[in-house]
Ligand binder design. Sequence first.
Ligand code: ZN
Ligand code: CU
Length: 483
Amino acid sequence: MRADILFRGARIIDGTGSASFTGDVAVIDDRIAAVGQLGDWTANKVEDCTGLALAPGFIDPHVHHDEAMLTDPLLACMTSQGVTTVINGNCGFSIAPLTTARDLPPPISAIVSNDAPRFASYADYKARLDAEPTAVNAACLIGHGTLRLNAMDDLTRAADATETAAMCRQLDQALTEGGIGLSTGTFYPPARAATTQELIDVSSVLKSHGKLYVTHMRDEGDGVIAALYETFAVGRDACCGVHVSHHKCAGLANHGLSETTLKIIDDAMAKQDVGLDTTPYTASATMLNSGRHKQATRVIVTESEPHPEQAGRDLSAIAADWGVDLDTAVERLLPALGIFFIMDEGDVRRILGYEHTIVCSDGISKGSHPHPRVWGTFPRVLGHYVRDVGLMTLETAVRRMTSMPADRFGLKGRGRITKDAFADLVLFDPETIADAATFENPIQPAKGIARVYVNGRAVWADGQSTGTRPGRTVTKEQPVQVV
Ligand code: ZN
Ligand code: CU
């Protein structure tokens, strides 16, 4: 038998959580053709994988690269980490469908520029990506905040029946066209006035599509428990699975609370479909005017519209320079984004170590000073938390980055090294893999990632993008075609 690429002598971590083994993987075209001891195979290209691990490409279920797909199609921040599939449209904000001509308010303006092309339907966005592919595969959630912008003039109140019906129609169409679920972000001003009933009414569309309700909850701090119960209520009343995005317990007063929240999630899981993901950092990143700076031990300003020169500086240093208090400095910087040191390391480890938690970056690649998670998330888990801290086995961690998100979002044929699966693969050195991105210097490719393949084509090799863009748009329905 002859392969296009033959990986020889790799430590194969197949994505299921099973113990790794040394073996070979043959790739023909965009698929894995065989796995095992393939001594009788030849290949156009043989990769000697001695000392390296071969895993399914990582799936990042929570990113905000909706516009970056168009402006930065190589997405080195993703491929350099071993990520081969992303899910956009999170936190209530998707680039499509945008049928409104209005200026985009924060925080969607931090994800989608006002001068970005507007796609009136998800099908239009998908068609653009299919015509001009990126380096990674991409699915997209449909944002409730985006639907609100289309349906409502006044975002400071709950939707009425006509507006809700308009949102339902747009959602139904977008899901039919391949949107992978609904995301909400009731934490953010454009959706804060939405009632639980509005969320249930819009989510009722999900059932017939069998797709998920994915939420940046109303509160991740003092009100996180009530927000969890609201999320479960939406799932029960709308008859859909619910997924808690970037689960955290924010604020000094809530440090340690994950012991309780995980128990509550555990109990809910016994009764209904619940899932969650998280990022491996004690700092979050969000809008500056959320009041969050009052609960953080340190704040780094990452972007400020009136004061772009302050990007990357500590809020306390800016306030000191200006001779004002923190609140006044925040007022002067708005609209602005910041990084908030607001979580407890113990909570981060407890949530990351919880058996049902999926890994995500929650990355926005725009701006000069992003959160280091944009470039560092997956290697940070595999290097810092697996190898250095010993929080879980390498096989378990890889499972949370591959088969778990694939199964959760219905990405068939992805997330496992098995015959006939898509050849999304990452070759890395478990001894040296590490995140290099820091809060001071956040745009840094990780160490220890040797090569990354998407649909059988190398996208990252020898420390740089290959320039190849074999990514595809993926949806929940995509069948696995047996070769
Ligand atoms: Zn979010
Ligand atoms: Cu997000």
